[in-house]
Write a protein that binds this ligand. Structure first.
Ligand code: XMP
Length: 193
């Protein structure tokens, strides 16, 4: 595994994003809505940097890939979304890839009549977007690589890493969890010394 972003780089950028949000909203109350599971760490760290009154909520969104002629449909489970009518909402996701998930979730949230709706992503992959979409807050633009850690998973694993890393694609199926985790912890400890 290679470290793409260290915990330090992530936290500095999240502080800056919180400042961008403060410039836009001042002391107005906002509601952060995170897409589970990937946005968990991003949400928790951004939330700690915000000074205005902030509510939170979550939803799940899974896309089923369609055929070449028919795009996949998006299944949204909104069970943990609070009442957002008339409130300023910021939707958070870990990564913008094809943008299909965020486009679908934005359409859903608009139907709940928020006062305003903005979107923040920690990562944006270059050259992958399939539908037009511009997030309002972007942490980092990254190359088209499969990333793990800081909420992002491979087969539902590695979410607990405090860095963001790239698994070696040649050996991706043989990646052994304890070795990858201890290597990540080792690399991160070197970069933060
Ligand atoms: P779309 O393509 O709709 O998808 O923008 C966004 C969702 O796809 C997942 N995704 C990834 N997850 N490493 C991951 O762990 C990646 O490199 C990656 N690329 C996309 C993620 O769930 C995101 O919310």
């Amino acid at each position: 595994m290679q470290v793409l972003l260290t915990p330090d780089q992530i936290h500095k950028r999240i502080e800056e994003m919180a400042h961008e949000i403060a410039v836009d909203f001042g002391n107005e109350p906002i509601t952060l809505i995170g897409i589970l599971n990937g946005s968990l760490m991003f949400m928790a760290d951004l939330l700690r940097e915000l000074k205005m009154p902030t509510r939170i909520g979550f939803l799940r969104a899974s896309s089923y890939r369609g055929t070449a002629t028919r795009p996949g449909t998006l299944d949204i489970l909104p069970g943990l979304v609070p009442d957002v009518a008339g409130r300023h909402v910021i939707l958070l996701d870990d990564i913008l890839d094809t943008a299909r998930t965020l486009s679908g979730v934005v359409e859903f949230l608009q139907s709940l009549s928020p006062a305003s709706l903005k979107v923040g992503v920690l990562l944006r992959k270059r050259g992958r977007q399939e539908v037009p979409f511009e997030p309002d807050y972007t942490g980092f633009e990254i190359p088209d690589l499969f990333v793990i850690g800081y909420g992002l998973d491979f087969n539902d694993d590695y979410r607990q890493l405090s860095c963001i890393g790239v698994l070696d694609e040649a050996n991706i199926d043989q990646a052994h969890h304890p070795e990858v985790i201890s290597k990540a912890v080792h690399i991160v400890s070197l970069t933060t010394e």
